[in-house]
Design a protein around this ligand. Structure first.
Ligand code: GLY
Length: 402
């Protein structure tokens, strides 16, 4: 039985991606060319942005985010939730290739967002600081990065409310929600776990566990799909509303939200070894992978309940997050062989059918992501976080082969 499992794993490892001659090394070589192209585009887009007098009083833009409907490169200021992903892409390129060019660029783009460590107006600290400074610290051990990460966790902790048991997500839409918590927020917990390891101060770990437990209790339906926004009463700690913001409806399953849940509980199991997080991740995976509206190529539509499936845009970013999460979950779960097979399929499909041609699309790697469909923002375009999780998934797949 053991020998059979071993050969099955070998088969899974060498199938799919290699079926079209796409080894991870070759894909990274393409990603290097494409990202070099993006680096040439950034100063051009910045100059264009500065020329527009409307932007004179706005904070400077620093990181690529997406393409406009006209095909222009959209850059964002450091306060945007996506500002850490491009530095992260550069770190992942350095991690895989060892090419110093990427370290130099990664350091430069990472430095641009350092002031975010003090920004207590958002929950997106992990997305910004951990995917940039966190990756940089993992790879280089630079002590100055550690200080930024620690400060980021201290700032994020200020948003924790002990009565609710969660970190507050948004400060906007106060007319709708008193204390909104979104499923995406699970990703920010990784920063808190890391800082307890770095400092020995368990308060960050405790906040992360409280947030994960409260979210597990209140964000999920009986089929393990999740709501996007849960609003809490801060006097009683009780749930006030279960809503959506980026999904099709309050009761629908917004694809990227499901992906954040899967990734979040897999990461929480890695950090705590609490079996209830592993079970939650397995249940989310089962919801996703067995869903009748999941397309054959396993790259979801933007919402599992979008009204016009199959004529709805996909969300390659959700596909990339699910793919990367499944690779990690495969190392913990009794269903590991199946998860790894599915992750390899997603990776092969993203690689073969969703990649941009080199020298096109301002240097983004993946096409066909959807940011916020209900307000028609970033629909069926390249978005930087898809590229980040795609590269992470490629690296995870390579590590598993070894
Ligand atoms: N965290 C925001 C989003 O996934 O669109």
């Amino acid at each position: 039985m053991k020998t059979f499992k071993f050969f099955l794993l070998l088969l899974i490892a060498f199938s799919t991606l290699s079926s079209k001659g796409q080894t991870v090394k070759r894909i990274f070589a393409d990603a290097e060319k494409q990202t070099s192209f993006m680096l040439d585009q950034v100063p051009l887009a910045k100059a264009e942005w500065l020329k527009d007098t409307k932007n004179a009083k706005k904070p400077n833009v620093v990181s690529p985010r997406s393409l406009s409907p006209e095909g222009k490169l959209n850059l964002v200021a450091s306060k945007d939730w996506t500002s850490g992903f491009f530095p992260g892409v550069l770190w992942l390129l350095y991690d895989f290739t060892g090419n110093k060019k990427w370290e130099t660029q990664a350091r430069e783009f990472t430095a641009n967002i350092e002031n975010e460590k003090m920004n207590a107006g958002t929950h997106d600290m992990g997305f910004k600081i951990y995917n940039s400074f966190g990756q940089g610290y993992r790879i280089t051990n630079d002590p100055s990065y550690k200080e930024v990460i620690i400060q980021g966790a201290k700032t994020l902790s200020k948003r924790f409310n002990p009565i609710v048991g969660c970190i507050r997500s948004w400060d906007h839409s106060r007319d709708k929600w008193g204390f909104p918590v979104i499923i995406d927020n699970m990703l920010n917990l990784e920063l808190l776990f890391a800082v307890t390891r770095m400092t020995g101060d368990s308060s960050f770990y405790k906040i992360a566990v409280s947030h994960a437990n409260t979210t597990l209790k209140n964000h999920f339906r009986s089929d393990f799909s999740s709501y996007h926004v849960v609003d809490y009463d801060t006097i009683t700690g009780k749930v006030e509303k279960k809503n959506t913001h980026q999904g099709f409806s309050h009761e629908s399953s917004w694809a990227r939200g499901q992906a954040w849940g899967l990734y979040g509980y897999t990461m929480c199991y890695r950090e705590t070894k609490d079996p209830k997080y592993l079970l939650q991740a397995e249940n989310i995976a089962s919801f996703l992978l067995n869903h009748p509206n999941l397309p054959k190529d396993l790259v979801p539509y933007w919402d599992f309940d979008a009204p016009n499936i199959p004529n709805e845009p996909r969300d390659a970013s959700a596909g990339a997050v699910i793919c990367s999460a499944l690779f990690e979950l495969s190392t913990f779960s009794k269903n590991g062989i199946d998860y790894r097979k599915k992750a390899n399929q997603i990776l092969a499909n993203l690689t073969n059918d969703y990649r941009s041609a080199i020298g096109a699309n301002k240097g983004f790697l993946l096409l066909h992501s959807t940011g916020t469909k209900p307000t028609n923002i970033e629909v069926d375009v390249p978005i930087i976080y898809a590229d980040y999780y795609y590269l992470e998934a490629l690296i995870r797949s390579q590590k598993l082969r070894k």
